[in-house]
Ligand binder design. Structure first.
Ligand SMILES: NC(=O)c1ccc[n+]([C@@H]2O[C@H](COP(=O)([O-])OP(=O)(O)OC[C@H]3O[C@@H](n4cnc5c(N)ncnc54)[C@H](OP(=O)(O)O)[C@@H]3O)[C@@H](O)[C@H]2O)c1
Length: 355
């Protein structure tokens, strides 16, 4: 039986959901693909667990908590000499500074699967460095869940390009969180209540200011643009915020202050409704990238969106009159973890030779 060792950084909302999903499907994957998915390590910022023979997933939290001091970098150091055969690093953090770490693990033979946008949306040179290395070393670097959570967005783009289509523009609402907030404001709810609820539901980024400033959508737009072959820097993305946010202070402090924005946002929404329109946070990737609030008709495709939905409309040479549309819930722990899991299974299938 082939084996795929999994080392995971991040044990928050997405990381925890992923461990649960893999544990629940392990026997089925063994039977259907002939690959055993073995979690050999899980780490957070300050604690982790490592067992080359495989962690007991029924009690992984306790094992991680007992491993104080074993952070992500130490875990990888420990694993790189010991883990043999096929292995994948899963990045379920929201860390910025991981490109060097990615490079080290790929050099030791790991594949990478990630839902973390930041390392893919930094300087272009870093993006190229890691992508080129993975190509040279013939390692997977899969990150479907970085855009649209569990929706097949990057796959669709890749399939279009690989089959010789030419992308003219990708346009739509790329943020489940911001769509959820737009719909809440449409119903007359307060912004502060919507953000608190979106956090409880696991839709927001670890720091919700990344959503509200438009940074999270800007990262997704940049990732899509780069996948489509555009050589853009983060500063090339024209980014207007969903609402003004104060960056000073921590997340809890910000959450306490957010009600200051309620009246202004409610007024903006009421004025749009009086004009028969709604605000939606819209992204467009063509030769360039733009993200920001746009007033759209109440009854149009974007105006009718409600809840944490995403829409990605691909206008291409082949799909020029009617765009190819990928749509559905684009936020939440279960769907995001499933997107990561599907990427792990792509690696597993390749190992099993059934890709
Ligand atoms: N929520 C969504 O719908 C959604 C959709 C698509 C993509 N994502 C992405 O999924 C990622 C995870 O989101 P989340 O909601 O699960 O965040 P979260 O609940 O805040 O969890 C983040 C985890 O990362 C760990 N971590 C931080 N720095 C680390 C490091 N250097 N080494 C190892 N672990 C580290 C944290 O450790 P501690 O436990 O020690 O704090 C925590 O367990 C983010 O990049 C987010 O953008 C989320």
């Amino acid at each position: 039986m082939a084996r795929l060792s999994i080392l995971q950084l991040g044990k928050g909302a997405i990381g925890s959901a992923l461990v649960g999903q893999v544990a629940a499907r392990r026997q089925e994957v063994k039977a259907r693909l002939g690959v055993d998915l073995v979690y050999v390590g899980i780490a957070g910022r300050t604690a982790g667990a490592f067992a080359p023979g495989g962690l007991d997933l029924a009690r992984w939290r306790a094992e991680v908590e007992a491993g104080a001091g074993l952070d992500g970098r130490r875990l990888l150091k420990k694993a790189s000499g010991v883990v043999s055969g096929s292995a994948v690093l899963v990045d379920a953090t929201a860390e910025d500074d991981l490109v060097d770490l990615y490079r080290d693990v790929v050099a030791t033979g790991f594949h990478i699967v990630s839902c973390n946008k930041k390392p893919l949306a930094g300087p272009l040179a870093d993006y190229r460095r890691i992508k080129d290395l993975c190509r040279r070393k013939r390692r997977f670097f899969l990150h479907e869940a970085t855009v649209g959570a569990g929706l097949p967005v990057i796959k669709t783009l890749r399939d279009l390009l690989d089959t010789g289509d030419r992308v003219v523009a990708i346009e739509g609402c790329f943020s489940g969180t911001l769509n959820y907030l737009c719909a809440a404001l449409d119903r007359g709810e307060k912004l502060s209540r919507g953000v608190a609820r979106a956090r409880e539901l696991g839709y927001t980024e670890p720091d919700p200011r990344d959503d509200l400033a438009g940074t999270d959508v800007a990262r997704k737009a940049l990732i899509l643009a780069r996948e489509a072959g555009l050589d853009l820097e983060p500063s090339d993305v024209r980014q207007e915020p969903f609402c003004k946010v104060r960056r000073r202070g921590g997340v809890d402090e910000f959450m306490r202050s957010i009600s200051e924005l309620d009246a202004k946002m409610a007024k903006r929404w009421r004025e749009a409704a009086a004009r028969g329109s709604r605000w939606r946070y819209v992204a467009r990737v063509d030769g360039a990238c733009r993200v920001g609030l746009a007033e759209v008709p109440e009854t149009g495709a974007l105006g009718r969106l409600a809840g944490p939905e995403n829409v990605f409309a691909f206008r291409t040479e082949r799909y020029k009159d009617h765009p190819l549309v990928v749509a559905g819930p684009g936020a939440g722990a279960a769907v995001t973890a499933a997107g990561v899991f599907a990427d792990i299974l792509k690696v597993a299938r390749a190992i099993a030779g059934t890709a």
